[in-house]
Design a protein around this ligand. Structure first.
Ligand SMILES: C[S@@+](CC[C@H](N)C(=O)[O-])C[C@H]1O[C@@H](n2cnc3c(N)ncnc32)[C@H](O)[C@@H]1O
Length: 275
């Protein structure tokens, strides 16, 4: 079983783990990666800082309507709830257990409204308003289809809205090779190591693939923020806890080295609707 499939059960015996992954299930962001301390406590702060950075780069303001697709335990929603007022916040996640935990952890304050929904981000419910922002933070690679997600978001996003994707991008020079290995082997290795509860298959793509999807679905890529160097200290911290066998070792170390050499890189992409 992949490490993240049984995360909540592990929290009971391991408070440090809960501190690290109890709010956010994503990589950490270090403004200065040389100062990373390699501990779970330090990682927890860095994970929260990644959500802060995404919120800052999206320019979210009071009174906004925000969709967080693949919201996990709702860590980003929680941060928005604590930092802004008069927000309409919607989180959707395919795993009911994560949604339940998010509901237990987050109570609306600051005149915000929060809805946490169990469902597939590629099959969004119809809302009776349009969103200012849609976020998919480190989860779109597990969705059944990026195209479908973009199409669905396009219909429910204001013309002035923004779609913010945080994802691992494959270097264009190895994209064709990566695709072949991903289909035959890598997707299975990655889900076996990290988790296969939400999806049996992961799919990583290049920036050109993203531009094509945006073109086909009424978006343009307006900003690319490469934070690969700033998330690098995540690998040694996470590798310590997820490696249980040789396959895990190969996968985790493989991703670490691919990331080190920018063959796979962690980026924030901001898309805006076209006419
Ligand atoms: C790496 S976690 C990131 C969680 C959250 N965005 C965060 O930053 O803490 C990936 C999340 O995507 C969710 N997920 C996977 N496929 C999904 C889908 N089709 N619809 C909604 N959520 C999905 C998983 O259950 C998991 O919570």
């Amino acid at each position: 079983m992949g490490y993240f499939d049984a995360l909540i059960e592990k929290f009971e015996d391991d408070p440090a783990l809960e501190k690290a992954f109890g709010k956010h299930i994503h990589w950490g962001y270090w403004e200065n990666p040389n100062q990373a301390r390699g501990t779970l406590e330090d990682f927890a702060i860095a994970a929260n800082n990644l959500s802060k950075l995404v919120i800052e780069k999206a320019n979210i303001i009071n009174g906004s309507k925000v969709l967080d697709a693949g919201c996990g335990f709702g860590g980003t929603i929680r941060l928005l709830n604590e930092s802004f007022s008069d927000l309409e916040l919607v989180g959707i996640n395919i795993d009911q257990i994560q949604v339940q935990r998010a509901k237990q952890l987050i109570k609306a304050i600051n005149n915000n409204c929060i809805q946490l929904i169990h469902g597939d981000a590629c099959n969004l419910p119809q809302f009776n308003y349009q969103f200012d922002y849609a976020i998919a933070l480190e989860c779109i690679f597990a969705f059944p289809s990026r195209e479908k997600f973009f199409e669905q978001v396009r219909k429910q996003l204001l013309p002035s809205g923004k779609l913010i994707i945080v994802d691992f991008l494959i270097n264009s020079q190895i994209n064709a090779l990566w695709r072949w290995f991903q289909k035959e082997l890598l997707s299975r290795l990655i889900t076996d190591t990290y988790g296969s509860k939400a999806t049996k298959e992961v799919n990583f793509i290049s920036i050109e693939d993203y531009k094509n999807i945006a073109n086909q679905t009424g978006f343009k890529l307006s900003k690319v923020i490469d934070i690969n160097k700033n998330v690098q200290p995540t690998y040694p911290v996470i590798n310590q806890i997820i490696i249980n066998n040789i396959n895990d070792w190969l996968t985790a170390k493989g991703l670490e080295y691919f990331s080190l050499f920018n063959l796979i890189s962690y980026q924030i992409l901001i898309f805006e609707p076209t006419e």
